[in-house]
Structures are given as C-alpha cells and as structure tokens.
Design a protein around this ligand. Structure first.
Ligand SMILES: [Mg+2]
Length: 180
C-alpha cells in the first residue's frame, strides 16, 4: 500500500509546466499546467513537504541569464502561492551536461541534498517526474518513483514500461490520498 511520503520531490518541466524542446528561456515561455499547480497546492496545504528538483542546463550553457531564470522561477512560485501552496526547498542543477557533477539528473545529488536538508530517509521520500533520467536519479538515490505522462512522460513510458505511470500529477497525488 502506498503511504504519503514525508518528502515529495517534483521535477519541474513537463510536470508543473509544459516541456519545451529548447527549455524555458523566458518567463513568457513558462506555460504552467493549471491542474498540476492546483494539485500541488492542495497537497502542500495539507501540511506535506514538497520540494522541487530540476535540471537547468540552460544556466550552465549560458542560454538564460540568472536574472531571467529568477523571473521564471518567481512566476512559478507565485502561481503556487496564489493557489495556496508552497515548496519547502528548490534544488537546481545548472550543469551544462551530464557527468560534471552528481547533482544533474540522472545523478542522485539533488535528491540526496533535499533528503539531507529535510532529514528524511529514501524510504520516506517519493520522486515524481516525466523523464527517464528522473527515474534513474530516483533509483540511484534509492527513492520510490512515479512517472507522469505529461511532458516527456509518454515517451518515457514506452522506453520504461515497468515504471508506475499516471496521466497527470493530479492523478498521481490523488492515488496517494486514496491509498493512504
Ligand atoms: Mg521534466
């Protein structure tokens, strides 16, 4: 039976906002998924901890300024707050490519960092994302994983059919509630 995790980790692009092939480089390109923001907010309003874990190689590659990136994040955080929710922490890997550090997914670094910060064990943590690299990072951190079929999710489900998959973040979280 699934239990509410003490710490829920969420990927950003393709989960909370629409995935873009060239990444989100400007605040106007951040197309939030309203149902996902609402589901996250409702979940966090019940007092449960949610943290963001996101690769943003565009930072390391210089495709977005720090100021614009902050504006993009502010747009996201503001929308979550407007819906009544909050994130307990935000973890960003700016690495331009894989292998520069273990923070960039599929490395486990950001997940380990979040669990250390919030003093929870892998068994108390759940990661929800849309990419195969999210699943790999979860596995490397010994954390349970759920795939959402938004963003890259449908392609990820074809590549990794054994992953537990849910149509949307709302459905993934509703299932936690139903079985808690
Ligand atoms: Mg993603």
């Amino acid at each position: 039976m699934t239990r509410f995790p003490r710490l829920l980790l969420l990927d950003r692009d393709g989960v909370l906002n629409e995935d873009r092939p060239a990444s989100v480089r400007h605040r106007d390109d951040l197309a939030l998924i309203p149902e996902a923001i609402a589901a996250l907010a409702a979940y966090s309003r019940s007092g449960r901890a949610v943290a963001l874990v996101t690769n943003q190689g565009i930072l390391g590659r210089g495709h977005v300024s720090k100021a614009e990136f902050c504006a993009i994040q502010t747009k996201l955080i503001t929308a979550i707050a407007a819906a009544g929710g909050r994130l307990v922490s935000v973890h960003i890997a700016p690495d331009a490519r894989d292998g520069l550090s273990d923070r960039r997914k599929p490395g486990p670094g950001m997940l380990l960092e979040a669990m250390r910060q919030h003093r929870v064990s892998p068994a108390e943590t759940l990661f929800i994302g849309d990419a195969v690299t999210d699943a790999e990072a979860a596995q490397a951190a010994a954390v349970a994983f759920r795939l959402v079929l938004t963003g890259k999710g449908r392609a990820s489900a074809i590549a990794r059919p054994e992953l537990p998959a849910f149509a949307t973040l709302a459905e993934a979280l509703a299932d936690l509630g139903a079985s808690a």
